[in-house]
Design a protein around this ligand. Sequence first.
Ligand SMILES: Nc1nc2c(ncn2[C@@H]2O[C@H](COP(=O)(O)OP(=O)(O)OP(=O)(O)O)[C@@H](O)[C@H]2O)c(=O)[nH]1
Ligand SMILES: [Mg+2]
Length: 228
Amino acid sequence: MKVIGVVPAFKEETRIVNVLRAYLAYFDEIVVVDDGSSDRTAEVARMERVHVLRHAINRGQGASLRTGTLAALKLGADVIVHVDADGQHDPKDLPNLIKPILEGQADVVLGSRFLGVEATGMPLLRRCVLKAGRWFNILALGIPKKVTDPQNGLRAMTAEAARRIDFHQDGKAHASEILRCVTRSGLRWVEIPAHIIYTQDSLNKAGTNRTSDAFRIAWHLFIGVFTK
Ligand SMILES: Nc1nc2c(ncn2[C@@H]2O[C@H](COP(=O)(O)OP(=O)(O)OP(=O)(O)O)[C@@H](O)[C@H]2O)c(=O)[nH]1
Ligand SMILES: [Mg+2]
């Protein structure tokens, strides 16, 4: 089984090298998608044993994952893993994430920070926004209650599932759109506990971490998914 990691990256020049080095132990190949960063994200990533693709302009995490997933399929992946470039995921969770697929028990495996493992350093406000977001997903999008962490960026899928998951959101609303597709498509899915680490660095990242993100995501879902 060829397992390929897809790593979307936007302005991650100071973080991505260590992150990729840690991931390399778990993946056969890695596709990094530099999302039009103005810093040296692509250059530093290219020095590692990974494929680096680059968007000419910033298109968003969802668009980066779409680009990377298509590339992984072309590279012959049997299993594709979406995982962030900023060091918030714990690479040690990757074997557990991939295992249900390798054992033929699931087509899609979703990481959750709310399944018994305590997130490190998660601010209370972030926890509240994520919990409220979960109810938005349940009530407005019909995502099953069993999904505890709709906004988690850690997921693994078979190549067949990746071909079937048809998502169009370019920004962070892609996570809900993917979930909606997975839970309606007859794909076998499971959530597993996954660590998330919040550091001052991750919380300070420019252009992220705002509660207004949550409203933007809800709006994008409303116009892009809800009304479809
Ligand atoms: N913010 C942001 N991230 C992007 C974009 N394109 C790709 N990414 C990458 O997508 C991943 C997730 O982005 P983050 O901003 O860390 O989002 P998050 O982890 O869901 O939220 P935080 O808990 O606030 O860190 C990271 O690896 C980013 O580098 C983009 O346009 N904006
Ligand atoms: Mg992050």
